[in-house]
Design a protein around this ligand. Structure first.
Ligand code: SAM
Length: 277
């Protein structure tokens, strides 16, 4: 009988955020796969849990994934943790989940701390529709291409960022989105110095030029304003029908074509053309 993979979120700053269910899963799992075993060992010591650890991180995940998979297939249960937050979200784990799903292994995700959701919920930006963009590339060209592709994005956009890259990211964002675009910079979430700066890209650049950024950041950027589609009026419709008729098209076809072109109901175009006769 195959075992299971549990995705266990861990605190992003405040140790009190570990849930009862996460603690129990760590206790009951046969082994724990951890991004950095030293970081996880500290957490386990804090929780008073002793458990065998396997390292699973970006640069060994191809080989270690198979080892973990074999152990689960042999009947063991594995709890996957990352350094902080939800495993598989901009963290190693995505590939292991895919591998397990393909092998028919049950994957159980326990809800818990996650920087993207924590930041979004206190950002003060619209939360109804959002997209998570993860980390931007460190390479200037691909970072700019990524931002260019988001110029027309109307949903709220969430990015992870390291403090030493914050200034160049803000500058590239201001170039792509304009310096008036609202942004909420969510820093050191759940920690003693938690701070949310709700401002614009231009003002954020000024602020962090004067006071160099420190700590971990999530950037929540407002989407582009919705472009209002111009709606054609009955006068526009009547004028277009007259133009087409004058060019030799039958009235019936002119009405049909005008309705398509101006995206108006055919009866509205018909009435407008009739009034104009
Ligand atoms: N999987 C984790 C999650 O979703 O919570 C995120 C891991 S990712 C490698 C680390 C990034 O998450 C940081 O660079 C930062 O952007 C964000 N982050 C993590 N903890 C944070 C905190 N306490 N405050 C602000 N941002 C944080």
């Amino acid at each position: 009988m195959a075992g299971m993979l549990y995705l266990v979120p861990t605190p992003i700053g405040n140790l009190g955020d570990i849930s009862k269910r996460c603690r129990e899963t760590l206790e009951q799992a046969d082994f724990i796969a951890a991004e950095d075993t030293r970081v996880t060992l500290k957490l386990l010591n804090h929780l008073g849990i002793k458990k065998s650890l396997v390292s699973y991180y970006e640069h060994n995940k191809a080989a270690k994934g198979n080892v973990i998979l074999d152990r689960i297939l042999a009947g063991e249960s594995c709890a996957l943790v990352s350094d902080a937050g939800s495993p598989a979200i901009s963290d190693p784990g995505e590939d292991l989940v895919k591998q397990c799903a393909e092998a028919g292994i049950t994957v159980c995700a326990i809800p818990g701390p996650c920087a993207v959701i924590t930041a979004l919920s206190i950002s003060g930006q619209s939360t109804g529709r959002f997209c998570f963009e993860g980390f931007l590339s460190t390479a200037k060209k691909s970072r700019r291409e990524h931002l260019e592709a988001l110029v027309g994005e109307t949903r709220t956009m969430v990015f992870y960022e390291a403090p030493h890259k914050l200034m160049s990211t803000l500058e590239d964002m201001a170039t792509a989105f304009g310096s008036d675009r609202p942004i909420s910079l969510c820093r050191e979430l759940t920690k003693l110095h938690e701070e949310v700066v709700r401002t614009t890209l231009g003002e954020a650049i000024t602020r962090y030029t004067e006071q160099p950024p420190k700590g971990e950041f999530v950037l929540v950027v407002a989407g582009a304003p919705e472009v209002q589609k111009e709606t054609a009026t009955a006068e526009d419709a009547a004028a277009r029908v007259a133009e087409l008729v004058a060019s030799g098209i039958s009235r019936k076809d002119a009405i049909k074509q005008t309705a398509q072109e101006l995206q108006l109901p055919k009866n509205v175009v018909y009435d407008a053309a009739l009034r104009d006769k």
